[in-house]
Structures are given as structure tokens and as C-alpha cells.
Ligand binder design. Structure first.
Ligand SMILES: [Zn+2]
Length: 135
């Protein structure tokens, strides 16, 4: 990528991907990213790319979304337990609410997150969807 790519774009790339940090000293994985390891206080942390798969730890159906999320109401908000053991909050997408259940395997995908009012600016980020059974 050219070096002239604006900073906000690079920041967006980080938001697209499920990035955390990993402690070089004790190996603990953190999400969100840390600057100091909460386990051993080491400061040598490296970027860690989560595999993006996990399972539903708990979820709730939001029927009155906050401002900016109206276009996607109602939606399912979930706590996802990642394969690595970290728990992240995310929206669920591409799913029937009736099919959702605790422990269901899910994977991360990039989706439209919200729009800034009428400016037309759309922000993307990760959501999770059920892993479809292979045919
Ligand atoms: Zn550590």
C-alpha cells in the first residue's frame, strides 16, 4: 500500500480485523489490545490476529437499537468466546434469531456497523455469524 494512505484508513483496517495483543513474556492473549500485560506486567507485546472463530457465550436480541443502528433493527448482540478463550462483544449477523443458541459455533465476518446520520459515512467492523454446516 502506498505510504500516502490516510491514517484513518489504516485505523479502519485494524477495526476490520480482530486484532489483539500477545505477551512476548508469558504468552497471554489480550483483547482489546493492551500496552502492558495484565498478567505479568511485561511491556513487550506483539500484535495478535485472532482466528476469528468461537462460540456464542450469551446473546440478547436488541429490539430498540441506539441511534445510528436503526437500519439493522432488531439485531442480536452477543458475547462470543473466541477459540483463544477471550470473550468479545459483537453483533450476530446472517442468522435467524430462532436458531441462535448458547454454544453455537460462529465465525467473524466484515459487515456494515453503523452510519453517521445522513452524512452517508458508513463504518465497517466485525460481526459474527453461525458457521454453516458443510454440505
Ligand atoms: Zn505477560
Amino acid at each position: 500500500m502506498p505510504s500516502s494512505v490516510p491514517r484513518h484508513w489504516r485505523e479502519n483496517i485494524k477495526r476490520y480485523r480482530l486484532l489483539g495483543t500477545k505477551c512476548a513474556s508469558c504468552g497471554t492473549i489480550h483483547y482489546p489490545r493492551r500496552t502492558v500485560c495484565p498478567s505479568c506486567k511485561a511491556r513487550e507485546l506483539e500484535e495478535y490476529q485472532f482466528k476469528g472463530s468461537g462460540k456464542i457465550y450469551s446473546y440478547t436480541i436488541i429490539r430498540s437499537p441506539p441511534e445510528g443502528y436503526e437500519f439493522c433493527k432488531p439485531y442480536a448482540a452477543a458475547l462470543i468466546e473466541l477459540e483463544e478463550g477471550e470473550i468479545v462483544t459483537a453483533q450476530l449477523t446472517d442468522c435467524n434469531f430462532d436458531d441462535l443458541e448458547i454454544g453455537m459455533p460462529v465465525e467473524s465476518v466484515i459487515r456494515r456497523m453503523f452510519a453517521y446520520g445522513e452524512s452517508g459515512i458508513i463504518v465497517y467492523g466485525y460481526k459474527f455469524r453461525p458457521i454453516l454446516p458443510r454440505m
